[in-house]
Design a protein. Structure first.
Length: 215
């Protein structure tokens, strides 16, 4: 199963391999030449894909309450959020994190790599998770037209549950990220895993909010 069993399949594989290799080489070149733009567009595309998958799964699981038609406006909002917020903030965070850790490691004379990894995970969980979740709900609320009032309601009712969800998902993922993945590829690694995280995050964001009526 899954093996190349015919000459035609072998030829197709040989034709695809150079294309994939060339695309990957080009992408790595763009990460160096235009890191912010490349990571932002990557985040936008992967988060959009994640939301499409989320809508599909939720629609099949609960067809009576969820529309079967794709909400393209919601996908667009997710794409914009990925390009304007999630991609850029992650790009700069990993740079800041390395500098913060360098200062802490020097001050505390950290020698053990495992301790250094734990410090990075704690910093990421406390600082980055809080900032990125706050920015995500704020950005989505602005795009949806509810503005800062909508963001305030979401953060009041959903921030801590979302933060605790992040603490369950990201520490193990980031342990691999910080230990094995080169700095310039860490946003890509995170974006790939965000297929699952963003799907859940967009689901949480899609729940209706109650804003006070204006007189």
């Amino acid at each position: 199963m899954g093996s190349i069993s015919t000459p035609s399949q072998a030829c197709e594989a040989l034709q695809i391999a150079p294309i994939a290799s060339g695309t990957w080489a080009w992408y790595k070149t763009m990460l160096v030449a235009q890191p912010l733009v490349t990571k932002s567009l990557t985040s936008s595309c992967i988060m959009s894909f994640s939301d499409v998958m989320c809508q599909s799964v939720v629609s099949k699981a609960d067809p009576e309450k969820r529309p079967s038609k794709l909400d393209s406006t919601r996908v667009l909002h997710v794409a914009i959020t990925g390009a304007v917020w999630s991609g850029p903030i992650t790009h700069y965070w990993y740079i800041v994190l390395e500098k913060m850790y360098g200062i802490i490691a020097k001050a505390a004379n950290i020698q053990e790599p495992v301790i250094g990894l734990m410090v990075k995970l704690i910093l990421d969980s406390i600082i980055f998770s809080s900032v990125t979740i706050t920015g995500y709900f704020t950005m989505r609320s602005i795009l949806e037209g509810t503005g800062l009032a909508g963001a305030k309601e979401k953060l009041t009712s959903r921030f801590f549950s979302t933060l605790f969800g992040a603490w369950k998902f990201w520490p193990m993922a980031n342990a691999v990220n910080f230990w094995f993945v080169p700095l310039y590829l860490r946003v890509l690694y995170m974006n790939v895993l965000s297929v699952f995280w963003t799907g859940w995050l967009t689901y949480v964001n899609s729940k209706s909010i109650s804003l006070p009526k204006k007189d």
